[in-house]
Each structure stands twice: as C-alpha cells, then as structure tokens.
Design a protein around this ligand. Structure first.
Ligand code: F0G
Length: 447
C-alpha cells in the first residue's frame, strides 16, 4: 500500500474514510459508493502534464509501455511491484472528417478514440490493469464479475495473466458471441443466468460477499482509476490540450464517472486549464439515466442526491417487470450502479444526457465501419448521440469533440451481419450472390 491513497465514501453526510488495504466496494457505514482518493502532497505529481511524454522513450519498461501506468502518479494507490499490465492502452485517437460530415461537424474537429484496440478488445482493460493490481496488493486469489460481455472477457484475460481464479455471471442470451467466446477461451468459469445484467449485478455482489471473491465490476473504485487514463490519452494525443466535448456511451456509468473524476483532479492539480463538457448517450431501450436526468430532474446536488426519485423510479421498473432491450447489448442496463458518481460528473463537466434508437446506433456504426476502424454497437451510440446534439445546436460545428469508441467491431458480428445482409438500414452493404462462373462474376463487378 502507499500512504498517499485512501478510500472515501461519496456521501457528504458520511464521508467515512478507509485505507486501500480493504476490498469493500461500498461504504460499510452507509452503503454508498466509494472513491479512491489521494493525499497529493505526498505524490510527486508532474509539474506539467506533458512532462509524462518522456515515458514514451522507455518502451522496454513495462510500466512506461502501459497506457495506464505511464500516468501512474495520477493513480498512485499501490507500489510498483504489484502493478499488473498486459500492454493495455495502446490506443489511437483518429481525426475523422468523413464521420464528422455525417454528424454535420466541420473538418478537423471530430476525433474518435479507439478503445477496441486494447488486448481484450474493449476499454475495460484500462480498468482491469488497475483493479487487478489492487487485487494482487491485498492478496486476493479468486475474482468475479457480472457482465454484458466485455467485462467478462477482460476479467478472464487479466485474472489468468496474474494467477487469480475467476467466475463471470452473464445474462443468458444477452451477450454478443465475440464476448462469450472470449470468456470461455480465456478460461473463466462462465455462469449463464436466466435473467438480465441487472439480475447478474445483484447476485454477484452477494456471491462476492459470501465467498470472499474479489469484485471486478465498476463498483470497484480502483477499476475506475484505470479508466481515468482514457481521458489522459485523449489529452496526450491532442498535444496536451483538452477537447471541448467528450462523448461516451452510458451503461453501468463507470466510464462517465471515471472521466469526470479525472478532469476534476487534473484541474485541481493545475495540469489542465479547462474541463471539457461531457455528453453521455443511452440507448432508448435502456435509458434510465436520460429519464432520471432530463425528465425527473435528478441532480448531484452537492452529493445530496434525492434518493426518493431513484427509489420510486426503480420501484416502477420492478412493478412493470421491466427488462431493458437494445441491440447495443453492452449498455442494456436499467439500474446503473454508478448512477450517483455519474451525476457528479454531469455536475463537474456541465454534462448533457441523450438517448438514441437502435436504428440510429446501427446506421452510425456502419458509418464508423465504412470510414473509420469500426466499433461495436454500444460505441456507435456516441456518434448517433453527437448527431442529435449537433441538430439541436447543443454542440457547435467547430467545437473539438472526442467520441470514445469503447469496443472492437468483432465483438458483435451478429448485429453487423444482420444490418448488412438483411438490409436493415440506409447504409446496408449486402453481399451479392454469384454463380460459380468467371464471366458472370466479372459482369457483377463491372455493373
Ligand atoms: N461500451 C461498451 C463496449 C461496454 O462494454 C460497456 C459496458 C459500455 C460501453 C458502458 O460503459 O458501464 O462504463 O457506462 N459494459 C459492461 C460489461 C457493463 O459488463 O461489459 P459503462
């Protein structure tokens, strides 16, 4: 453990503090979420953010190579000897004018952050590098998570690379095949539950408490510390400047929570001048955050969140036997565990929330596929959401926008193949049947 870090309850009326040697994940006193916090005066924080650029020269040092740990001063909760890395965070920020045109932005202003380039194909690896380091530090031997797919793939990969056992809970029939194949291939004990993600999330917390397993969902504050680095890498790739907007999909709301914390800390440390705004994008079939923020007017309110609004909302979901549905299975979640931290991010970043339809998601995904490096459906919600926000005039055509493309296109080939083969959308690119004859194949190509 370092004496520079501690855990703190986000509820201002409680504000209990705990050391980092415990895996508790919710405040034992009031049940609220916990943050990883730092005594910054005990940490050698770089004078300028760009000072960290020198780490690029040290490619033979595994911690400098990691896109998470080369920013280690900003997530300084464990000594180097426990730090886990398998080369996460070698991601690309691509300026993309064709996608910019699709959303009606000026050339040179839209950037796509490809987190699908991580070892397990999604942004989760940033979080797992950090969380498994904490697990090693406290001597955990077995781990577990609930997942819509990517968390399970990432947990399975990291658990076995650092010698922990792992169990993943997934909703039966609710997970894309690319992700399911990874969990099995990487050797996780894979339990398919006859329920949805929210059911799995509820069960995994009890399982971890009863069996003493280390929990790797984004309730784990150390996981979110790793996910802060996605923002650091965007800033790094923009020449150590901040964009005007970050656009991110919203599921369990771990990313959005981590990003707001990242910007708050950077500003507090004087490493950035201005905090970007954030847009969090739900799918319409799983739009709890959008409904609560835009319609029920739920806010962070200095930490005094109106719990009754949330309780009434969830009671209504239960009464209606509601289960979320969207083709973006990664974000098919109706009870996001990081809701309150996300509200804090909206407050810090002057954020907005929108929901987009499956049709809009699939069209946007086809555009990222055709003109970019591709992404999975949940990731494309960012582009669809940005299109809305441009049409509304909330985001201007010449603002600098970075969309976080959270997962690789091969994660969910089913949605892609259906969209194109079944001509489901305006950008469908269906394969053409040809007889087994050369001249007819040539005629087809010429036509
Ligand atoms: N995009 C992808 C590709 C995801 O896998 C997820 C979440 C999200 C976006 C939403 O991110 O939860 O931070 O708001 N997937 C989780 C999982 C829930 O189990 O793989 P969030």
């Amino acid at each position: 453990m370092t004496d520079a870090a501690f855990q703190k309850c986000i509820n201002p009326d409680c504000a209990a503090e705990f050391d980092c040697g415990q895996a508790i994940f919710k405040c034992p006193q009031c049940g609220e979420l916990l943050d990883a916090r730092y005594n910054w005066d005990k940490i050698e924080v770089p004078g300028k953010f760009s000072d960290l650029a020198k780490r690029w020269a040290g490619r033979d040092n595994r911690l400098d190579f990691s896109g998470v740990w080369r920013f280690r001063e900003l997530l300084n909760f464990c000594p180097d000897k426990y730090k886990v890395t398998i080369g996460e965070g070698q991601t690309i920020l691509q300026q993309n004018d064709s996608v910019a045109k699709y959303v009606d932005m000026k050339p040179g202003r839209l950037y796509l952050q490809y987190e699908g380039l991580n070892p397990s194909g999604s942004f989760k690896d940033n979080g797992m590098a950090a969380a498994f380091s904490h697990a090693k530090m406290i001597g955990a031997s077995s781990s577990a998570c609930a997942s819509t797919g990517n968390t399970s793939a990432s947990v399975a990969l990291y658990a076995h690379s650092c010698g922990l056992k792992c169990t993943v809970l997934i909703g039966s029939g609710r997970i894309a095949f690319g992700k399911l194949s990874q969990a099995m291939d990487y050797g996780a004990q894979t339990i398919q539950i006859l329920g949805d993600f929210d059911d799995c999330m509820r069960h995994v917390q009890d399982v971890c408490t009863k069996l003493g397993l280390y929990l790797l969902n984004s309730l784990n504050p150390f996981r979110l510390e790793g996910q802060k680095t996605i923002m650091y890498r965007i800033i790094e790739q923009m020449g150590w400047t901040t964009p005007d907007w970050i656009v991110v999909p919203g599921g369990n709301l771990g990313n959005s929570s981590a990003f707001g914390k990242a910007f708050y800390e950077l500003k507090q440390l004087g490493l950035i001048e201005r905090i970007p705004r954030i847009a969090i994008i739900n799918a319409t079939g799983a739009d709890t955050l959008t409904d609560l923020v835009n319609n029920k007017k739920l806010t962070w309110n200095d930490g005094k969140v109106d719990q009754k609004i949330i309780d009434d909302y969830y009671a209504d979901l239960t009464a209606r036997n509601f289960s979320p549905h969207t083709c973006a299975s990664a974000i098919e979640i109706s009870r996001p565990v990081n809701l309150k931290k996300c509200l804090r991010t909206i407050d810090i970043c002057n954020g907005v929330v929108r929901a987009v339809t499956d049709e809009e998601i699939c069209d946007a995904k086809a555009i990222v596929g055709k003109y970019g490096l591709g992404c999975e459906p949940a990731s494309a919600a960012t582009i669809a959401g940005l299109k809305h926000l441009r049409a509304e005039g909330v985001i201007a055509a010449d603002e600098r926008v970075a969309c976080v493309l959270t997962g690789h296109p091969l994660k969910d080939p089913g949605v892609t193949v259906n969209y194109h083969k079944e001509k489901q959308g305006q950008f469908s690119n269906a394969p053409v049947e040809a007889p087994n004859k050369l001249d007819e194949i040539i005629e087809l190509i010429k036509s």
